[in-house]
Ligand binder design. Sequence first.
Ligand SMILES: *[C@@H]1O[C@H](CO)[C@@H](O)[C@H](O)[C@H]1NC(C)=O
Ligand SMILES: *[C@@H]1O[C@H](CO)[C@@H](O)[C@H](O)[C@H]1NC(C)=O
Ligand SMILES: *[C@@H]1O[C@H](CO)[C@@H](O)[C@H](O)[C@H]1NC(C)=O
Ligand SMILES: *[C@@H]1O[C@H](CO)[C@@H](O)[C@H](O)[C@H]1NC(C)=O
Length: 421
Amino acid sequence: MAVPFSKYLVTAAFIVVLFLWVSISLTSAARSTAASREKIEVHKHLKRLNKPAVHSVQSPDGDVIDCVHISHQPAFDHPFLRNVTVQMRPSYHPEGLFDENNKIVTTPKERTNPITQLWHLNGRCPEGTVPIRRTKKDDILRASSVKRFGRKPNRSIPKPRSADPDLVNESGHQHAIAYVEGDKYYGAKATINVWEPQIQQSNEFSLSQIWVLGGSFGEDLNSIEAGWQVSPDLYGDNNTRLFTYWTSDAYQATGCYNLLCSGFIQINNEIAMGASISPVSAYRNSQYDISILVWKDPKEGNWWMQFGNNYVLGYWPAFLFSYLADSASMIEWGGEVVNSEPDGRHTSTQMGSGHFPEEGFGRSSYFRNIQVVDASNNLKAPEDIGTFTEQSNCYDVQTGNNGDWGHYFYYGGPGRNPNCA
Ligand SMILES: *[C@@H]1O[C@H](CO)[C@@H](O)[C@H](O)[C@H]1NC(C)=O
Ligand SMILES: *[C@@H]1O[C@H](CO)[C@@H](O)[C@H](O)[C@H]1NC(C)=O
Ligand SMILES: *[C@@H]1O[C@H](CO)[C@@H](O)[C@H](O)[C@H]1NC(C)=O
Ligand SMILES: *[C@@H]1O[C@H](CO)[C@@H](O)[C@H](O)[C@H]1NC(C)=O
């Protein structure tokens, strides 16, 4: 009696083992095909982004800056740009005050300092090339997918006075900004205090920037953005970096940071997008700031960017955009962070210096001399400046106006605190 039963048992066990073995090898085969497919995709993307370099500079922060021949930069992968000649200078520059140098020292207490990029310590790029931060395999692997690498999360829409507060809070993006709307704008300028805010989670970021916006806040929002950011997932460290961004469909399928897709055409051989800026401001100590100007060339229609007083970095061709092919309908200046609420509580990721506007110079971060470019290509003071923040107990903004700083504001905060849980 016992014999046939155990025979049966052995057969059953054998079948179970066989079944397990087959299913394990099938899943691992599937997994290894998926892995090798991803590997190929990552490799292809790296090849697209990293163009052959004439010369490379090893930066002290671990970056490699490739000096790429100007006509080999990623922009020229775009089918519309294949045969375009690079415009080496803007036809027009906005008229207005360019005496930043005379304004750097305001009162002795409010002394600010010029700033450079860290990689300059180890070399420069020759004329005729543009410096491009080399993308590493790990940079791409940190992104949620190869497709999303170099892009702001969908839902980054910087909408003041949102009609849909649930959406604002749900998205986890928090802002403290000043803005103008209700006119046609052809550019914007600001001098932005530079800090290194702490980021709680590597998938969060903290940035301070100008937004040049076109269209309503729908699926086709156009945006050109420039400023500084700390973004561990994008760059693999906590350094403060110069960045630009553009999108013509509300952060969905078009656009990217820096030169991480075809779009921006760089002409400058001294400043690298996405490279660390150094030094940064310290609490109750030395203060550093950068000036950024974005404006539309009235002749060619392209949107240009200038860093400081001397560096015209390049331009976004008008054809990339729909609304911005004409003009901007809104300008925003200020900070944005991602609050991912990892433990159900507000993140402690800082915006600006991590201190509230009330603390003032040397403690709270500022934007000063904020200006817009009007239809006559003149830089002028903005009118009717509004402010917006989702939760002022977490991050706040306070505007002001005086002779030295023109229109300015302090912004930012610590995130989580007893009033922001
Ligand atoms: C670019 O120019 C070449 C030679 O002038 C021409 O053969 C080619 O069709 C052009 N390509 C595009 C996309 O316009
Ligand atoms: C977002 O949520 C916080 C906390 O739940 C609330 O105090 C705040 O009013 C909300 N903000 C908006 C714009 O609805
Ligand atoms: C960045 O800062 C966080 C804390 O704010 C720290 O946990 C993390 O190790 C830092 N990352 C790097 C790459 O230094
Ligand atoms: C982006 O988010 C919006 C709103 O949640 C959604 O309707 C849209 O499908 C998303 N687009 C992509 C490309 O994920």
